[in-house]
Design a protein around this ligand. Structure first.
Ligand SMILES: Cc1cc2nc3c(=O)[nH]c(=O)nc-3n(C[C@H](O)[C@H](O)[C@H](O)COP(=O)(O)OP(=O)(O)OC[C@H]3O[C@@H](n4cnc5c(N)ncnc54)[C@H](O)[C@@H]3O)c2cc1C
Length: 483
C-alpha cells in the first residue's frame, strides 16, 4: 500500500535539515527530497559561516525576530549535535565619522531586535583586540554573542539526527511538479511521494516551487552571487573576531574572519547573476574582495590563498523571510527568501515553521524514544586529529585503519573516512568525504588524497573506481583505463 508522509520537506539545506531535525521529536512520518546528491547542496555550502548576532535586519521584520533567537540557540545546539562552533564575537569596523554614525544606527537597531551586550568601542580598545586591523579604523560595534560555525556540518548534523530518528531522505530528486490537494503529490521525474503537509525549503529555487502551487505567488528571488577566498591555516590568527565593514545598500560588505576550522575567510562581494546556480568565481570578483580585505587588514597575506568559491544569495523582492502557507494550498508551507542571516537564524526559522505547520493543522505528539544526538550511541567520536597522543595510540591499536593517514594536510585517517562512508547519510562521492572529514580541504586541496579517497569509496561501496564522482551526476573523475 502507498505510504503517505505526514510532512515532506523539499530541500536539504540548513533550512530543510533543521526543520527535519525539529520535527524528528514528534511521532510523524517525515521525508526530505533533495535535488543534489548530498545535504547542503545550495547556499548552505558556500557562505560566510557567521552566526550573526542580529543587528542587521530592520526592526519589525521576521528576519530580525528570528536572527537573535537563532543565534541564542546555536551554542547549545552545536554542542548537542557535535558541530564545531566558536563564540568569537564580531566587530563592525568604522573608518571615520560617517561610518561611526552608522554604528549608532546599528546599535539602536540591534537593541530593538533584542541582541544582548552590544556596545561601541573606541580606537584604543579596538586595536588592542585586533592588532592587525588597519590603523585608519576609528571605532567598532562589538557584538559579543556573534560566532562562527561550519554551515554544512551543522546541516549534516541536523539531517543525521533526523535520519536516526526515522526521517527518510531522497537525494538526486529535483522536484518538477506539485499537485495540491488534501494530500499533496510531489514529483521529481519518475519519482513521486505523497504527503499531508509539504514545506518548501528549496533555497534560491523556492519561489519557482511556490509558483508550481500558486502561479500568482508574488515574491521573486534575485540570485546575487558572493565570492570568497580561503587562506591557509597559517593565516588563521590574522583576526580573532569576525571583522565587517560598515554595511551598505548592497549588503554587509566584505569581511575578514577566522573559520571555525582555523583558516581565514575573506569575502564576499555581491553581484546579481543571470543563472541561479552560477557558483563560478571571477578574476575581477577576487580582485574586488582582495581590495576589501586589505582595507580592513592591510597586512592580510593573500599569497596564502588555498581556494576560492562562491555562493548565491536568494535575495527576495520583499527583503524579508517569507514563512507562510500558500494561499492556494493551505497544507503547503513556503519558506522563501531565506537569505542571510538564514544560517544564524536556522534553529529559530525551523521553530517558526513548526508552529506554522501546527497552525495549518499538523498534530504533534512527542516520541518516547527520541534521540537528541547525532549518532545512535550519543555524541560522535572525535576526529583522529583532535585526539591526544595516548588516545591516538590506543585507537590505532584497536582499529588499525586509524593508523593510515590519507589526507596529510588535514591529518585525516583511513578510519575517519570509513566512518564517514558508513554513518547515516554516509559519503558516496569525493566531495561528500571532504565535507564529512575535511580530507582535501588543506593546502594541497586534495591533490594527494583524492585518488586514495576514490579507491576507498570504490572498495567500501563495492562499485567500480570509474563510477566514483567528485560531486554526483556529471562530475566523473575517471572515464576508463589508459592501459
Ligand atoms: C554569499 C553568502 C553569504 C552568506 N553568509 C551568511 C552568514 O554568514 N550567516 C548567515 O546566517 N547566513 C548567511 N548566508 C545565508 C545562508 O547561507 C542561507 O540563508 C541559508 O544557507 C539558506 O539555506 P536554505 O536551506 O534555505 O537554502 P539552500 O542552502 O540553498 O538549500 C536549498 C536546497 O534545496 C535544494 N533544491 C532546490 N530546488 C530543488 C528542487 N526543485 N527539488 C529538490 N530540491 C531542490 C537545493 O539543492 C538545496 O540543497 C549567506 C548566503 C550567501 C549566498
Amino acid at each position: 500500500m502507498e505510504q503517505i508522509y505526514d510532512v515532506a520537506i523539499i530541500g536539504a539545506g540548513v533550512t530543510g535539515a533543521m526543520l527535519a531535525h525539529k520535527l524528528a521529536k514528534y511521532k510523524l512520518r517525515c521525508a526530505v527530497i533533495e535535488a543534489g546528491c548530498d545535504v547542503a547542496s545550495g547556499a548552505t555550502r558556500a557562505n560566510s559561516a557567521i552566526v550573526h548576532a542580529g543587528f542587521d535586519a530592520a526592526n519589525g521584520t521576521l528576519k530580525a525576530a528570528l536572527n537573535a533567537k537563532g543565534c541564542a540557540q546555536m551554542p547549545e545546539l552545536a554542542h548537542q549535535l557535535d558541530v564545531p562552533y566558536k563564540n568569537n564575537t564580531s566587530l563592525v569596523v568604522a573608518f571615520g565619522e560617517e561610518d561611526e554614525q552608522t554604528l549608532n544606527v546599528l546599535l539602536e537597531r540591534g537593541r530593538n531586535n533584542g541582541v544582548p551586550g552590544l556596545r561601541i568601542i573606541g580606537k584604543k580598545e579596538l586595536h588592542e583586540l585586533e592588532p592587525n586591523l588597519s590603523p585608519d579604523a576609528t571605532a567598532a560595534l562589538l557584538a559579543p554573542t556573534a560566532g562562527i560555525i561550519c554551515p554544512y556540518e551543522l546541516t549534516m548534523a541536523a539531517a543525521e539526527n533526523a535520519c536516526i530518528n526515522g526521517c527518510e531522505f531522497f537525494f538526486n530528486r529535483r522536484v518538477d511538479a506539485i499537485e495540491a490537494g488534501d494530500v499533496i503529490t510531489v514529483r521529481a521525474g519518475e519519482f513521486s511521494l505523497r504527503a499531508r503537509y509539504v514545506a518548501n525549503c528549496a533555497g534560491v529555487h523556492s519561489d519557482e516551487l511556490a509558483r508550481m502551487v500558486d502561479p500568482d505567488f508574488p515574491i521573486r528571488l534575485i540570485p546575487r552571487r558572493g565570492e570568497y577566498m580561503i587562506l591557509d591555516k597559517a593565516e588563521g590568527k590574522t583576526a580573532s573576531a569576525t571583522l565587517f565593514m560598515v554595511p551598505s545598500k548592497a549588503g554587509k560588505g566584505i569581511l575578514v574572519s577566522p573559520t571555525v576550522d582555523g583558516n581565514l575567510l575573506v569575502g564576499p562581494n555581491a553581484h546579481e547573476v543571470s543563472c541561479k546556480d552560477d557558483t563560478s568565481t571571477t578574476a575581477p570578483g577576487l580582485d574586488e574582495i582582495s581590495a576589501g580585505a586589505r582595507r580592513l587588514v592591510p597586512s592580510v597575506n593573500l599569497r596564502a590563498v588555498i581556494t576560492s568559491f562562491s555562493g548565491v544569495r536568494p535575495t527576495p523582492t520583499t527583503d524579508d523571510f517569507h514563512i507562510q502557507p500558500s494561499v492556494k494550498a493551505k497544507n503547503f508551507l513556503n519558506l522563501v527568501g531565506i537569505e542571510s542571516p538564514g544560517l544564524a537564524s536556522s534553529p529559530a526559522v525551523a521553530d517558526y515553521a513548526v508552529d506554522m505547520l501546527v497552525s495549518m493543522g499538523l498534530e504533534l505528539e512527542k516520541k518516547d524514544n527520541y534521540n537528541p544526538y547525532r549518532t545512535e550511541n550519543g555524541h560522535m567520536r572525535k576526529p583522529f586529529r583532535e585526539l591526544s597522543d595516548a588516545e591516538k595510540a590506543e585507537l590505532c591499536k584497536r582499529e588499525p585503519a586509524y593508523g593510515k593517514i590519507i589526507c596529510r594536510c588535514e591529518t585525516i585517517t583511513e578510519g575517519d573516512i570509513l566512518a564517514a562512508i558508513h554513518r547515516p547519510l554516509g559519503a558516496k562521492t569525493i566531495d561528500m568525504v571532504k565535507l564529512r572529514t575535511r580530507a582535501g580541504m588543506g593546502r594541497c586541496q586534495g591533490g594527494f588524497c583524492s585518488p586514495r579517497v576514490a579507491e576507498l569509496l570504490s572498495r567500501e561501496l563495492n562499485v567500480p573506481l570509474d563510477a566514483i564522482t567528485k560531486r554526483g551526476c556529471g562530475s566523473k573523475l575517471l572515464y576508463g583505463k589508459t592501459k
